[in-house]
Design a protein around this ligand. Sequence first.
Ligand code: NCD
Ligand code: ZN
Ligand code: ZN
Length: 391
Amino acid sequence: DCVTSQSMFRLPGLIDVHVHMREPGAVHKEDFKSGTAAALAGGVTMVLCMPNTAPAIIDSDSLQLAHKVAKEGARCDYGLYLGASATNYSTLAGISHDAVALKMYLNETYTTLRLDDISVWMKHFENWPKNKPIVCHAESRTCASAILLAHLCDRPVHIAHLARKEEMMVVKKAKANGLKVTCEVCPHHLFLTEDNHMSEGRSSVRPRLVTEEDRQCLWDNIDIIDCFATDHAPHTDEEKSKNPGPFGFPGLETMLPLLLTAVNDGRLTLADIEAKLHTNPKKIFNLPDQPDTYVEVNMDREWTIPYAMKYSKAGWTPFTGQKVKGCVSRVVLRGQIVYVDGEILAEPGYGQAIATSSAGREESNVATLNGGLRSSSKEIIGSPSRLIRST
Ligand code: NCD
Ligand code: ZN
Ligand code: ZN
């Protein structure tokens, strides 16, 4: 019943809750200007930025510095994370109004912020405001530990980049028991496995690429996944050609095409994408509306992911050579066309810091999410110039 060759659909502006902009400190890998261009090219209109920068964002001075560079460079809207350190647990609550959430690194990864002492985790769980999320990098048994401790401290916890079957089983059981836990999964754990054709340095990422059994388990439990998030962690092509190389993959420009391909393959729906990249992130992180903001996607465009995507400074992608079907045609952010057919139109500085101080609600919405909230995605419509096809 479709008479045109290209079918266009509209999605709300996507929200990526896990992005590394590398500014301040490592702007040869990425900065706000390049990273938010990559975001818009990928249909992402709001990014939540991680604190493992140089300096790390762990106190008032570093947070203000991050706000300054973000305000100057950002082309899309953004929120900033604070990072938990071994010593800052008594001071973070006082500056939490300028941050969107707290990040805790509980395993080895690309960061100076790793926390080993569980009593320090507990201090952070107790002191950080309960209406603002805590996001944990917590793999394997650490995932179970973090969920238990958050529960003992009677507060919600969000598990970053869940990747393994064992982590899925723990989160699923915790949700079934009514615990306030949510999770995100990254495209590279949904679409790649340890059996890839990359060199060891290039394929290194934390959590590491998983087995086929792990990957299948993520797809089998798609309803347990609250959010998709890129964990856009750019390191340059040269850095990744070394062995060992730094952990991390760029992902902002490839996430939506990969997910649209899964929709075309019947493994996912556009409603899933809307739920996991808009509705759920908004609820979990208490994020404001972005008025007049939407993404138009072309579901029929077939292309092959090149060696490097256009806007990230990474200069490579782990998805190179993958055949995809679906692309971003146009992005409108607060009434302005910010991306159209490959070109970025938003200037650095167009992006706004999300207002976090007034967004606080007494209790988070995590309980509702655990009740199995699904997208109401009726507003997916075709662009006016093309035939409208509903899902
Ligand atoms: C991230 C990075 O490079 O900042 N690397 C990664 O492998 N995921 C850090 C992180 O998210 O753990
Ligand atoms: Zn991590
Ligand atoms: Zn990360």
